[in-house]
Ligand binder design. Structure first.
Ligand SMILES: *[C@@H]1O[C@H](CO)[C@@H](O)[C@H](O)[C@H]1NC(C)=O
Ligand SMILES: *[C@@H]1O[C@H](CO)[C@@H](O)[C@H](O)[C@H]1NC(C)=O
Ligand SMILES: *[C@@H]1O[C@H](CO)[C@@H](O)[C@H](O)[C@H]1NC(C)=O
Ligand SMILES: *[C@@H]1O[C@H](CO)[C@@H](O)[C@H](O)[C@H]1NC(C)=O
Ligand SMILES: *[C@@H]1O[C@H](CO)[C@@H](O)[C@H](O)[C@H]1NC(C)=O
Length: 480
């Protein structure tokens, strides 16, 4: 190596060594500042930004005027990763939203429930004991009812409970709820299963709201599993907006799913035409210019049915549904669990009218936050066509405001942003417990015979801020 070259290398090394560390520090500072900015915005983005108007079984929830845009800094790689993963990789700060609350949980503005419920009058001890002892002969999609007690803000579960995956998810949520919110001593029943449980004072993932004694709701396992913190929610919204802009959509309504149905456990020549999702698949064949709607898996179908439905589609990641003008949503095993995921998207949802109601669904009213189609699909083609025309017009004008579909998707996203972050989900569960306690007309027996304390390290289902997880685990006593 010549002398000149050696000098050159030494100098180059020196320059690199001198420049890289400050460069890193500068970059770190920049991104930390951006982060702080985000967490401030995310906190300002709370329910006080929303207005509520009662509309039958629903509330029309819209942003108040002057609401800031959701916007934050994204890593340059966002084009190549799922927005959900990008959001998850942001470290959620332990903001004031995660601090334990001194006062009891109340309803939302206009007395809107944080979690849907319908029950006439009080809950009597007799009906409570009846439900606790209930079995389910002949019911396709039912599971156990599990009995709980809260004493001194600690959670106790009946020793006889089977301990399903769903049960463990609910208990993880409850541990967070009891840490964050002042829940009084009480007894309650959780129902882990789909389908109507009207007449029973139990808390389920969804209820059938046509009944005056429909029951009470809690967030589902999957809602908790996919939950994000307020800052992460903001990153998620921003990412969806940038990655799937409204002016670049395929002019189709998208759906993929399985043959699940609330009424049939399996499908054959005699019943398959009555199954909603199979009907939908067949109808879509006649409207392939507007509906990209296909069954993917033919679960529990016999040979005859499989032969009739050869044109199955392939799975599309839910997030990629945002490449289309609208997303269709239809009931399956009674309700549509995925709706709890779709409400965070920036694409209008074309949802089948349904009496099944998840804990949050009353806050997403037809024509305000979703578009509804009839259960017999009679108006589906027309509504799909309108949404697509509207979406194409938005693309042509390249206008960021957009038309009807865009307005509806925005209302939906704004409500889910403010109400359905991790803490909002826990608060909805806390609300249900408070309502349940208010209606319970008996004193809680402090005996713990037949119960065991729910311990466990927070959190394995949801990804919560580390400091919160440590505090919750500490509070409930880690598992020995
Ligand atoms: C919501 O944000 C506003 C500012 O936008 C703030 O004044 C208010 O205290 C916040 N409310 C809650 C419950 O965090
Ligand atoms: C599709 O169109 C054909 C021909 O017009 C008609 O016979 C059939 O009933 C239609 N199917 C559905 C599910 O609408
Ligand atoms: C909801 O329940 C009511 C009352 O039973 C019934 O008339 C209506 O058809 C149901 N709606 C749907 C979409 O199933
Ligand atoms: C429970 O009852 C108390 C006292 O009547 C009331 O102030 C509170 O709003 C009720 N809470 C809910 C969530 O209904
Ligand atoms: C319901 O129970 C509460 C609490 O035990 C009691 O104060 C209230 O009078 C009861 N209401 C009715 C209608 O029975």
């Amino acid at each position: 190596m010549s002398f000149g070259r050696r000098v050159f290398y030494v100098l180059a090394c020196l320059i690199l060594c001198i420049c890289i560390p400050p460069g890193f520090i500068y970059w770190e500072l920049l991104s930390r500042r951006a982060h702080q900015q985000d967490s401030l915005d995310a906190l300002a983005w709370n329910e006080s930004r929303l207005q509520f108007k009662s509309l039958g079984h629903y509330f029309a929830v819209t942003p108040k005027s002057g609401t800031p845009r959701v916007d934050c800094l994204l890593p340059p790689s966002y084009q190549f990763r799922y927005c959900l993963n990008i959001a998850r990789s942001f470290k959620e700060p332990l903001s004031a939203r995660y601090h334990p609350r001194p006062s009891a949980v109340s309803s939302l503005e206009e007395n809107a429930p944080r979690a849907y419920w319908r029950w006439p009058g009080n809950i009597s001890k007799e009906s409570f004991e009846d439900a606790a002892a209930r079995e389910w002969p002949g019911c396709i999609h039912c599971m156990n009812i599990v009995r709980y007690k809260v004493l001194g803000r600690k959670l106790y579960v009946a020793e006889s409970a089977p301990g399903s995956r769903q049960q463990l998810g609910a208990e993880e949520m409850l541990q967070v709820v009891l840490y964050l919110f002042p829940i009084p001593d009480m007894e309650f029943l959780l129902h882990f299963g789909d389908g109507c449980v009207n007449g029973l004072p139990v808390i389920s993932w969804n209820v059938c709201r046509q009944f005056a004694d429909a029951g009470f709701t809690m967030p589902s396992y999957t809602v908790w599993e996919r939950s994000l913190g307020p800052t992460q929610r903001m990153v998620y919204s921003t990412c969806l907006e940038k990655r799937y802009p409204a002016r670049k959509r395929k002019p189709l309504v998208i759906w993929r799913g399985r043959t699940t149905d609330s009424r049939f456990g399996s499908f054959n020549r005699d019943n398959y035409l009555q199954a909603l999702r199979i009907q939908l698949h067949q109808l879509a064949r006649n409207y392939s210019d507007i509906l990209d709607v296909r069954l993917v898996e033919l679960l529990h179908c016999n040979k005859f049915v499989k032969k009739k439905i050869r044109d199955t589609g392939s799975w599309i990641k839910f997030e990629h549904f945002n490449k289309y003008c609208a997303i269709l949503d239809i009931d399956g095993n009674s309700w549509s669990d995925r709706f709890g995921h779709l409400v965070h998207f920036n694409t209008p949802i074309l949802k089948m009218e349904s009496n099944y109601t998840g804990y949050f669904e009353h806050l997403f009213a037809p024509d305000t936050s979703i578009i509804q189609f009839a259960k017999d699909f009679s108006d589906l083609p027309e509504k799909a066509r309108q949404l697509i025309a509207d979406c194409q017009q938005t693309a042509r004008r390249d206008d960021t405001e957009g038309g009807e579909g865009r307005r509806i998707a925005k209302n939906m996203q704004v409500a889910s942003q403010a109400l359905m972050d991790q803490v909002g989900i826990a608060e909805a569960f806390a609300y249900t417990l408070q309502v349940y306690k208010n209606l319970s007309s008996w004193e809680v027996d402090p005996s713990l015979k037949g119960f065991k304390q729910v311990k466990g390290t927070c959190c394995s289902v949801a990804q919560v801020p580390k400091l919160l997880a440590a505090a919750v685990s500490e509070y409930h006593g880690r598992k020995a």
